[in-house]
Design a protein around this ligand. Structure first.
Ligand code: SF4
Length: 304
């Protein structure tokens, strides 16, 4: 799959085994930034022991505002063998993490799945969480049937114009919905839990962007009409402008409490009941960049 890469919808067709670089600029190796117990994810993922988050380098999206810019826009990191990544997964389990959760596995999926198989043979029992940006090749997602326990995709855009402008991602709304439909086919449109910890299912994440309420509303409408009003949705309020967009006319500020609550109300009016909602108020939404955000992810890279 690395010799003519179509691992994501960009379908660059490059031979990554020969050093050719596609949009993500990744080689045909596993490149990881760090792995840690993440206590800032949604409660059923973080629990008390943390999510076993594995931050992988680079990304197949080009979000200009990415909250993990230093990781997602760089190909630097530790190059790992499949055996080493399997050990990372087992270490996270041993430390008490409730799952293993590679972030943006999309461009590195084949070797990650190989590592997962190896780790399973060596005693990994916690759920495997596929945490991605939603810009997925549905054919690749289909190949993961039976291996992924919990899907954690973004659905960032209901408006294609915003997807192009902010993430350089043509046809994002259509492509992401198709991928999410396949994820739901595999794991169902709900989240199964044991003792408050997620074991199987899906959560769709949506980061509310400042002034882009129509984009959020269209995204929610699409999720309802094309997927299911039952699907768990995490509405994220923690958008913080990074240095490179601080003077951007739209993205240069945080969202207001009023904007966030409008989107929560809209989701409720559409009939979504399985919502993860963050507590916000306008005092904590002023541009205080040292403040811890409601999901407590400022001490670690953001999982999204
Ligand atoms: S994974 Fe990377 S090289 Fe492969 S199609 Fe996507 S952006 Fe291109």
């Amino acid at each position: 799959m690395y010799t003519s890469c179509t691992l994501c919808p960009r379908a660059c067709g490059v031979d990554r085994t020969k050093g050719e670089k596609g949009y993500c600029r990744l080689p045909a190796d596993i490149v990881m930034d760090c792995a840690l117990a993440h206590h800032g994810e949604e409660p059923p993922l973080s629990g008390t022991g943390g999510a076993g988050t594995i931050f992988l380098s680079s990304c197949n999206l080009g979000c200009i505002y990415c909250q993990n810019y230093q990781i997602s826009h760089s190909t630097r990191g530790r190059e790992l063998t499949v055996i080493q990544l399997a050990r990372v997964m087992l270490d996270l389990q041993q430390k008490g993490c409730h799952n293993v959760e590679p972030v943006t596995p999309t461009p590195q999926t084949p070797l990650i799945m190989e590592a997962l198989c190896l780790a399973r043979m060596q005693g990994l029992t916690v759920p495997f969480v596929y945490n991605c940006g939603g810009y997925e090749n549905t054919e690749v997602i289909r190949m993961l049937d039976g291996m992924v326990d919990i899907y954690l995709p973004d659905f960032k855009y209901g408006l294609e114009a915003d997807a192009l402008l902010f993430s350089d991602a043509p046809e994002y709304p259509t492509i992401a919905i198709e991928a999410i439909r396949e994820m739901v086919r595999q794991t169902g449109d709900d989240l199964e839990m044991e003792n408050g910890i997620a074991t199987r299912g899906i959560i769709v994440r949506h980061l509310v962007l400042p002034g882009r309420l129509e984009n959020s509303k269209r995204a929610l409408k699409r999720l309802k009409s094309k997927i299911s009003p039952n699907i768990p949705i995490s509405l994220m309020s923690q958008y913080t402008p990074i240095d490179r967009v601080k003077s951007h006319p739209q993205l240069g500020r945080r969202i207001t409490g009023n904007e966030y609550h409008q989107i929560v109300d809209y989701a409720l009016d559409l009939g979504f009941e399985n919502l993860f909602i963050q507590e916000v108020n306008d005092d904590t939404l002023t541009p205080d960049f040292n403040r811890e955000n409601p999901f407590d992810s400022s001490r670690t890279p953001d999982a999204k």
